[in-house]
Write a protein that binds this ligand. Structure first.
Ligand code: MEV
Length: 321
């Protein structure tokens, strides 16, 4: 039996604008993971997702089913003519439709477990897993930038820009650990729908949206510098500025604005929505001293869950992938 997992993710800076070529910064959310387990079966390939109360045979799965798509891609990429009989069980701690990369994590975990089960663990570099996961993300999201699959497969904070022929993926130094609260509005929101709506608005008013996107890109660039220099107060200020631009894109919501304002008033250095928006999660930059007060205030303002994550020095080097 083989098991593999992949983490959730948060976008620190630059969501949506990253779809339009601007840089963005994301980090893994290691304490929430998706796990896939592959066990030998008696016949056929069985896909089991107990969280969703679902079990199906691969040969009967819908063309657009993400798990089935991940398997078919893995089959083509490994050159295996026929899968051996096996049962793949997928579970996830990452809430769905909440901006935390649940889809990408499930796909990456499944690809890792299945490819290792097939005896091809040698293929499983972060770049390879990321590329396959991206193909499945297209089914979920339509026009994904590639940042979710990248951060989930590399499992480290990345500075990312969508580029041809290869995306720009850069790890960076974190001079001072960043303590973040991740608070869930409890409102479900589908990335595909929000990304599509931003595209419609961009098509209707390209000049205005290009200006907003460029503002987000400048913020991501400045934030990277501030993170590398350990300028924590400046990082907080940039988060506020990024949130304002996301409000202008209309991807915030009453619940997100409420939690962002609450965090700020309770002593956070900065706060913003994270991910596609219109629901899902927000992040607040805190210190050890302000963490408890901000957490309590977020719960009192309606947050369903509040997690702490600390983004510290990058320990993984891209060159090893
Ligand atoms: C979703 O995590 C981030 C978005 O920018 C979409 C994307 O980059 O594919 C909203």
């Amino acid at each position: 039996m083989i098991s593999a997992s992949a983490p959730g993710k948060i976008i620190l800076f630059g969501e949506h604008a990253v779809v339009y070529g601007r840089p963005a910064i994301a980090a893994p959310l290691a304490q929430l993971r998706a796990t896939a387990t592959v066990a030998p079966g008696e016949s056929g390939v069985r896909l089991v997702a107990p969280d969703l109360d679902s079990a199906q045979w691969l040969h009967e799965a819908d063309q657009n089913d993400a798990l089935a798509a991940a398997l078919r891609l893995a089959q083509t990429a490994t050159g295996i003519r026929q899968f051996p009989p096996m049962t793949i069980t997928v579970t996830s701690q990452i809430p769905v439709a909440s901006g935390l990369g649940s889809g990408a994590a499930i796909t990456a975990a499944t690809i890792r477990a299945v490819v290792e089960f097939l005896g091809r663990a040698d293929l499983l570099t972060p770049a390879w897993v990321s590329a396959l996961t991206y193909e499945v993300e297209k089914i979920h999201h339509g026009t994904p930038s590639g940042i979710d699959n990248t951060v989930v497969a590399y499992e480290m904070p990345v500075y990312f820009a969508r580029q041809q022929p290869h995306n720009h993926i850069e790890p960076f130094a974190v001079a001072h650990p960043l303590r973040l609260l991740v608070a869930d509005t409890g409102v479900h929101s589908h990335t595909r729908d929000v990304v599509l709506d931003v595209r419609r608005q961009w098509e209707a008013d390209p000049d205005r949206f290009e200006t907003i996107f460029s503002g987000c890109g400048d913020i991501a660039q400045a934030a990277r510098h501030a993170i590398e220099m350990g300028q924590v107060a400046e990082i907080g200020r940039l988060m506020q500025a990024n949130h304002e631009l996301l409000v202008q894109m209309t991807v915030s919501s009453v619940e997100l604005d409420n939690l962002v304002r609450t965090a700020w008033q309770a002593g956070a250095l900065g706060a913003k929505l994270s991910g596609a928006g219109r629901g899902g999660n927000m992040i607040a930059l805190v210190t050890k001293e302000t963490e408890t007060a901000v957490r309590h205030a977020l719960f009192a303002s309606g947050a369903r869950t509040v997690l702490t994550t600390v983004i510290a020095h990058n320990t993984v080097r891209l060159a090893q992938s």
